[in-house]
Design a protein around this ligand. Structure first.
Ligand code: FES
Length: 163
């Protein structure tokens, strides 16, 4: 099974060390955009750890997701500086255009939406992140263009594969 082969490679990279469990789960999350149940079970078996322990770590850290995530995670900063500069409007616009709420993923698995309290770029507020990319001084018009850009990127890649 391809998924389990990938998990094995990640575990192997961490030398089958039980103490590397967080790093292993991080590797799986990066590879698959979430932690599939099969991958969690396989990790527990390979490391000879109780399944409950692996699930315990997987559910404790916010960075891990047990449900499929979008290719792009849009994070809206809702800290005080961004809030007073219009973050609530940005968030509403994203919810409206994507038809999802924070914590959810679009059905085409292209976007996930999250909120956070301050990403340390207050002078640029309101700020959103697309994966690790920062976008400052956002407004509702820019939101539309940004979504289009990341959707177009996906479309271009799909067309390139089809050729
Ligand atoms: S409050 Fe948004 S970057 Fe600090």
């Amino acid at each position: 099974m391809i998924i389990l082969d990938k998990v094995d490679k990640i575990i192997d990279k961490h030398r089958y060390e039980k103490s590397e469990l967080i790093g292993i789960l991080q590797g799986i999350q990066e590879e698959m955009n979430y932690l599939p149940p099969d991958a969690i079970r396989h990790t527990a078996k390979r490391l000879n750890l109780p399944l409950s322990q692996v699930y315990g770590i997987a559910t404790f850290y916010k960075r891990f997701s047990l449900t499929p995530r979008g290719r792009y995670t849009i994070t809206v900063c809702c800290g005080t500086a961004c809030h007073v500069r219009g973050a609530p409007k940005i968030l509403e616009e994203l919810k409206r255009q994507l038809c999802i709420s924070p914590g959810e993923t679009t059905s085409d698995l292209n976007f996930s939406l999250e909120t956070v309290n301050c990403v340390g770029a207050c002078a640029l507020g309101p700020v959103i992140l697309v994966n690790q990319e920062y976008y400052g001084q956002m407004n509702c018009v820019k939101v539309g263009k940004l979504l289009e850009r990341y959707t177009v990127t996906k479309r271009v890649k799909a067309e390139a594969v089809a050729i």
